[in-house]
Design a protein around this ligand. Structure first.
Ligand code: ZN
Ligand code: ZN
Ligand code: ZN
Ligand code: ZN
Ligand code: ZN
Ligand code: ZN
Length: 371
């Protein structure tokens, strides 16, 4: 059982230096000076974490949902149907203004776990409101501190989206002989959704979904870009980069790009200790940046011989799951400490030996020591 040692190898973890990029800038903007006072800044600011996990959600009360609507809907009003909302039941929702006879048909056309009137559907809706329509994409009160220029960019972005892109689908009934076909699947429709910002087209309720994430659009709130449907999150990302740490859109001119993710300059920090990494060496682990120290503490492999961590990118010897520092003192027989560089060796699960003899000696020594 003798195997040639591998050559000195570099670790595969990428070590990259940060770089600045110029912001792409909004492609659509239409700014009217007159309406600049209309935004409310009265609300008490909730805590804004340095890092937001788009996969975690708050439970929303009915009050939260109404607040959601005043933040994200074009009209600023909550359009839920009064007749079908059960009191104190925050999730229940049917399309506003829908013909009473169409409600059943509309709900039946949705996948069961996305009908906003049963438990699963209510949970789906609360999660999707927060995923598809992040409040910080719509209102400065939910954002980190911004410079006056960034605030103005956000304001223009929001107004322009409301005017040109955003809407709420309407549910209509179509006669069979109309031969109307769903824009997504091409199937004939009877109960279908129409969108006034994409005129002339219809969708099955279950096909009224985002082009990017393919998720059904929550509460029929859509955004259009080049005649295609998007959820709020993915429409915004066509126009602006999103910070991989705080999940907010980036409105400043300068930001950091690292490992295919963008960051606010001040949010490009070690995921563990929050130390700023701009201009510093960092190590990327599962798409998240870490400072050298935290990376070593959390993820670094240790040398079989000296038990010290092997720095990211440092030279090393490896065999299977075993790792050694890239020097002849560490890369050595676990018993007699003879260097194994350019020698055949005998590996076990946790150790390596220069000979069968060293293996036997080490085994019996470990047995007597009880290790
Ligand atoms: Zn369809
Ligand atoms: Zn989407
Ligand atoms: Zn950020
Ligand atoms: Zn750190
Ligand atoms: Zn070592
Ligand atoms: Zn030996």
């Amino acid at each position: 059982m003798a195997i040639r040692p591998e050559n000195l190898t570099n670790k595969t973890n990428r070590e990259t230096n940060f770089c600045f990029s110029k912001n792409r800038g909004a492609r659509e903007s239409d700014y009217s000076e007159d309406s600049s006072d209309s935004e409310s800044h009265q609300q008490a600011a909730p805590p804004k974490p340095l890092r937001r996990n788009p996969g975690s959600f708050d439970d929303l009360t009915q009050g939260d949902i109404v607040d959601y609507y005043t933040t994200v809907s074009p009209s600023g009003e909550y359009p839920g149907s009064a007749t079908l909302q059960r009191k104190g039941s925050p999730g229940v929702w049917v399309p506003p203004g829908i013909d009473h006879n169409l409600v059943k048909q509309y709900l039946a056309a949705l996948p069961e776990d996305k009908r906003p009137v049963n438990t699963l559907g209510v949970q789906w809706r609360i999660k999707q409101l927060q995923t598809q329509l992040p409040r910080y994409d719509h209102n400065i009160n939910y954002c980190h501190e911004m410079s006056p220029e960034e605030q103005e960019e956000l304001f223009m972005f929001v107004e322009s989206r409301k005017e040109k892109a955003q809407g709420q689908g309407e549910v209509k009934s179509f006669k069979k002989k109309s031969k109307k076909k769903c824009d997504k699947c091409g199937g004939l429709v009877d109960c279908a959704v129409i969108a006034d910002k994409i005129p002339g087209r219809v969708w099955h309720p279950g096909c009224f979904s985002c082009t990017t994430c393919e998720e059904v659009l929550v509460d029929l709130i859509y955004f259009q870009y080049d005649g295609r449907l998007y959820c709020g999150r993915h429409h915004a990302e066509l126009l602006r980069p999103r910070c991989h740490a705080c999940d907010e859109l980036i409105f400043g001119q300068e930001f950091i790009t690292a490992d295919k993710h963008e960051y606010h300059k001040e949010h490009f920090c070690c995921w563990e200790c929050d130390t700023g990494l701009g201009g510093a060496k960092y190590v990327s682990h599962k798409g998240q940046p870490y400072c050298q120290g935290c990376y070593e503490k959390l993820f670094c492999t240790r040398c079989v011989t000296c038990r010290e961590p092997i720095g990211a990118g440092a030279p090393l010897f490896k065999h299977g799951a075993l790792r050694w520092h890239g020097n002849p003192q560490c890369y050595a027989c676990s018993f007699c400490k003879t260097s194994l560089v350019n020698r055949t060796f005998m590996p076990t699960e946790r150790y390596v030996y220069c000979s069968k003899n060293c293996y036997r000696c080490h085994e019996s020594l470990r047995k007597t020591k009880g290790k």
